[in-house]
Design a protein around this ligand. Structure first.
Ligand code: XMP
Length: 493
């Protein structure tokens, strides 16, 4: 079958997949392997990515995505030159959980309780390692040790001193540290070098988090991973440097038209400035576009011109490629040499399976997460007419907007420099809508993963990787192109 020919001009709702002989005993996400690559360097246990939109991904969303095995991309929807707020979001994700903390916050024993309280507040850390001037372990000081204590008391008087602590000599794996902590019923385990200096710290809080989230996307230091978006002009180089310094695991160079000389220059400049960090580039929707980014060294390619829920690019410019065709074009162009991120157009969970089969290694979601608790933005109560009773009720809503919508563009710009008429024109490629506020994104993700596992079971295999292999070796075994009537039968509910 000529797959590209078969999917020309098509998108998600144009296909069904033929059920195959089922081989899995249980369809639950704990037993079905959904491992996939996000970039050449970052692997996900769950192939879900939250979109870099200012109404979708800030630290709160990125933390949940990483805990659940996906990854969030912190948006760049801050004013030009205003780099610190985005860096703070990245730092917040990187700070929430650790493995062995290699560089715990320290304080000197001769300082006062007030100094410790200040340091705890500034860093958001509840345990300080007390060290002597020659950097040897002197004790531990926790929030409990300083609560209700006059600020002028010396730290040495409040800390638990070295001789009353259980201390591990030399490095330790996270598992060994857990065993020692359980045996000794302790919540903190300092690690010490032979010369008495501090090698690291393990906390019970981190152990619990690791147990609670066994599929989480973590870096080599046990911290949650996050990506962050930059542009290709303006402050992007300084922004990228700061984001890398804050620990961003990948940078997403996100521009509307990634198959462009602007993108080429940005990749080159970022590579020189940042070295080997994973760079995701996009968006593109053609074989030429994908090859262009591959040849310029992108570590993942974001695919999608115009399918997004908050997007009006196709309406206003008439350019774009239906998302299934775009994915197949890009996949055929780059093979397995670089992962693709299928970005946009997922309106129902079934399309996630399609996005992953037609070429995406992961799926980026914006509107599918809109309105959840973890999205940024205030809840507003709006009157809604209930049809049956003809009564007005006040329903909670949150705003979801395209990053090229007038309001999103306005918030990013320094208004004093902008002619309002120009602003209207710039913001011509995005929508702003109110969506009902709903519960945690965790529930939404769990639903998606269950449905993805069911899709794998219907596909007659036991992992996402196998389903992809089977699909690409014999697409005709799976693909049914829908008639108008069968589309209505399938998706109109
Ligand atoms: P979904 O369908 O998941 O898509 O909401 C999310 C993706 O939509 C893109 N996006 C935009 N595209 N104008 C556009 O042309 C916009 O204003 C806009 N805002 C977001 C983006 O790729 C996102 O990941």
């Amino acid at each position: 079958m000529d797959l590209l020919q078969f999917v020309r001009g098509c998108t998600f709702d144009d296909f069904l997949l033929t059920p195959q002989l089922g081989v899995v005993l249980r369809r639950d996400p704990a037993s079905i392997d959904l491992t996939s690559r996000f970039t050449t360097g970052v692997t996900l246990r769950r192939p879900l990515v939250s979109a870099n939109m200012d109404t979708i991904t800030r630290a709160e969303m990125a933390i949940v995505l990483a805990e659940e095995g996906g990854i969030g991309v912190i948006d760049r929807g801050f004013r030009v030159g205003d780099i610190a707020p985005q860096v703070a979001e990245v730092s917040a994700v990187k700070r929430t959980q650790h493995g062995v903390i290699a560089d715990p916050h320290t304080i000197a024993p001769h300082l006062r309780v007030a100094d410790a309280v200040r340091l705890m507040e500034r860093t958001g850390v509840g345990t300080l390692v007390v060290i002597t001037p020659d950097k040897r372990l002197a004790g531990l000081l926790t929030e409990r040790d300083v609560r209700f204590v006059p600020g002028d008391r010396p730290i040495a008087e409040r800390m638990t001193p070295r001789d009353r602590l259980i201390v591990h000599a030399g490095p330790s794996s996270f598992a060994d540290a857990e065993r020692i902590m359980v045996e000794n019923k302790i919540k903190k385990l300092p690690l010490e070098n032979p010369d008495g200096t501090v090698l690291g710290l393990v906390t019970a809080k981190d152990l619990i988090k690791h147990r609670e989230h066994p599929f989480a996307t973590r870096d080599e230091r046990g911290r949650l991973r996050t990506a962050a978006a930059v542009g290709a002009t303006g402050d992007y180089l300084e922004r990228a440097v700061e984001l890398q310094r804050a620990g961003a695991d990948a940078l997403v160079i996100d521009i509307a038209h990634g198959h462009s000389t602007v993108m080429e220059r940005a990749i080159e400049a970022l590579r020189i400035r940042l070295g080997p960090i994973d760079l995701v580039a996009g968006n593109v929707a053609t074989a030429e576009g994908a090859r262009f980014l591959l040849e310029r060294g992108a570590n993942a390619i974001k695919v999608g011109i115009g399918p997004g829920g908050g997007c009006t690019t196709r309406v206003t410019t008439n350019f774009g490629v239906p998302q299934v065709e775009a994915l197949v074009q890009c996949r055929q162009a780059v093979g397995d040499r670089v992962p693709l991120i299928a970005d946009g157009g997922v309106k129902r969970d079934g399309s996630i399976a399609e996005a992953l089969l037609f070429g995406g290694n992961s799926v980026m979601l914006g509107s599918a997460f809109a309105g959840t608790e973890e999205t940024p933005g205030e809840i507003v109560l709006k009157p809604v007419l209930v049809a049956e009773s003809q009564k007005l009720v006040r329903v909670p809503f949150k705003v979801f907007r395209g990053m090229a919508s007038v309001s999103a563009v306005r918030d990013r710009l320094d208004l004093e420099d902008v002619d309002p008429r120009e602003l209207e024109a710039i913001g011509a490629e995005g929508l702003e809508v109110s969506v009902p506020a709903r519960g945690s994104v965790r529930t939404v993700i769990h639903g998606m993963l269950k449905h993805l596992c069911s899709a794998i079971s219907y596909g007659g295999v036991s992992s996402l990787g196998e389903l992809r292999e089977q699909f690409w070796s014999r697409p005709e075994k799976f693909l049914i192109r829908l008639s108008q009537a069968s589309r209505i039968e399938s998706f109109d509910r």
